[in-house]
Design a protein around this ligand. Structure first.
Ligand SMILES: NC(=O)c1ccc[n+]([C@@H]2O[C@H](COP(=O)([O-])OP(=O)(O)OC[C@H]3O[C@@H](n4cnc5c(N)ncnc54)[C@H](OP(=O)(O)O)[C@@H]3O)[C@@H](O)[C@H]2O)c1
Length: 434
């Protein structure tokens, strides 16, 4: 069977998809019996050099030509407004969709999925999370028999590169970001990556599938790595922890916790060993237990591989004549996300090196039902403006598991103690221990 595929947006990923379809269509036909025909490719600018030559006959400036000549429309433009309009128009014209647009799907995907469902059309979005890692297909197919209790992982290569360089190279956040930009791993405007939004989009999409239901994206907690201080990365290492930007989705009874933040992991945790631009995702299911997925989370070729896997899946549905079942079921359940997280904490206070300081802080923590697991005090002197005459040192406290609300109240109180010389640092710690 022949299936016509058209692409709108021929940038990094679009060019990768053109290359894969033109180079490997015979391989795909041999494996599946499906002949994928690249019909049209739309982009605004055909003068720009690309990593692969797109034949003249395929090029157009007009996305409507893609809609006209395709059974499956691949949206690789990115951004929200035009992409959303394009997807609605494609569905209205009875076209199946493939997209890598996590930003749009996470924040405003509901209408698109509902329309696709109504019309019996497919929306493939494997490439929206984890680049080449087949995590969405795994959740839908391989792990379908499980009640998923947790998904967590490193979903953003840019921030993982920056944290790896801070840890291994001993350089500051600003230095590591500059290096990432020079190597093409970070955009000129790195906000979505560095402030945690890209990871938040991805963990929201995984959660929609894994927990079967809807929640407003605005309730997802996102904290990035912009404020991460090299001192904490190094003190964490002394305590046996590695700092990662972790995206976490957990089910607690009927409540969901979905959050992205810098997180200390025990250095022996497999996720702690995932370095540079690599991504890794752990899924915990009630029957399968823990499974981990690892690979390149971005780049033209890995992402194109994921896009083409969706194209082939949709083509198989078309051959089978069955209605497409692969869509997020938003109506199943509506979740309210909990903001009162339950976790361990690393706290750093800059305090004068004198007796009684620790006791003061410990008393406030105890008042808020937070118990201390261990304490580390360094002799290294911190320079704090206005307190140059004092011998100020970093005091690190690791707590047992506690509720976030209690922690917020405790920190508010501790901040007002005269001994605390600067804003306390809080980093959550994920480990099995209580
Ligand atoms: N890059 C990755 O590794 C990666 C990984 C996973 C997912 N994604 C997702 O994949 C999507 C595409 O990313 P990308 O990195 O390939 O972006 P990109 O390199 O910026 O490519 C987008 C292309 O679409 C073109 N375009 C914009 N508006 C258009 C319009 N109205 N009509 C036709 N063409 C238009 C752009 O042209 P101009 O440059 O002239 O605007 C550009 O050539 C995004 O949703 C992204 O989040 C990317």
């Amino acid at each position: 069977m022949k299936v016509r595929v058209g692409i709108v947006g021929c940038g990094v990923v679009g060019t990768g998809v053109v290359e894969l379809l033109l180079k490997n269509s015979q391989t795909i036909r041999k494996k599946t019996g499906i002949e994928l025909i690249l019909s049209k490719v739309a982009d605004r600018d055909w003068q720009r050099p690309r990593s692969f030559h797109v034949p003249e006959g395929l090029r157009t400036h007009d996305y409507r030509e893609v809609l006209e000549h395709s059974d499956i429309v691949v949206e690789l433009v990115g951004g929200k407004e035009f992409a959303k309009r394009l997807m609605h128009e494609a569905l209205d014209r009875g076209k199946h969709l493939v997209t890598a647009n996590k930003h749009l799907l996470a924040e405003e995907g509901q209408d698109i999925f509902l329309k696709a469902q109504e019309k019996g059309l497919c929306v493939g979005f494997e490439a929206s999370v984890g680049g080449g890692i087949p995590i969405i297909k795994a959740l839908w197919e391989s792990l379908v028999g499980n009640r998923i209790n947790a998904i967590y992982g490193i979903l953003n290569g840019t921030t993982n590169y920056i944290l790896t360089r801070m840890l291994e190279g001993g350089i500051t956040f600003e230095g590591a970001l500059k290096e990432a930009q020079e190597r093409g791993y970070a955009e000129a405007d790195p906000t979505l990556d560095v402030d945690g939004w890209d990871s938040a989009h991805k963990i929201a999409i995984l959660s929609y599938i894994a927990f079967g239901g809807f929640f407003p994206f605005s309730q997802v907690y996102a904290e990035g790595i912009r404020h991460v201080n090299l001192l904490d990365v190094e003190l964490g290492r002394e305590l046996g922890y590695t700092l990662k930007l972790l995206a976490i989705a957990k089910r607690r009874e009927e409540e969901l916790e979905i959050r992205v933040h810098p997180t200390f992991l025990p250095e022996e945790d497999p996720l702690a060993k995932v370095s540079d631009v690599f991504n890794a995702i752990t899924v915990e299911g009630d029957f399968v237990g823990k499974t981990m997925f690892y690979g390149r989370g971005a780049g033209a070729h890995p992402t194109a591989s994921a896009v083409v896997s969706d194209i082939v899946d949709i083509a198989k549905y078309m051959v089978s004549g069955l209605p497409c079942r692969r869509s997020i079921n938003w109506e199943e359940k509506s979740y309210k996300l909990s903001q009162n997280f339950y976790s361990r904490y690393y706290l750093r206070f800059d305090v004068p090196d004198r007796p009684g300081v620790l006791a003061n802080i410990a008393r406030v923590l105890a008042d808020h039902h937070i118990s201390i697991a261990s304490v580390l005090q360094k002799e290294k002197v911190c320079k704090i403006a206005g307190r140059e005459k004092e011998h100020i040192v970093p005091l690190v406290i690791l707590t047992h598991k506690a509720y976030e609300e209690n922690m917020r109240h405790a920190l508010q109180e501790i901040k007002s103690l005269p001994v605390v010389a600067s804003e306390p640092v809080l980093i959550r710690v994920e480990e099995e221990a209580e």
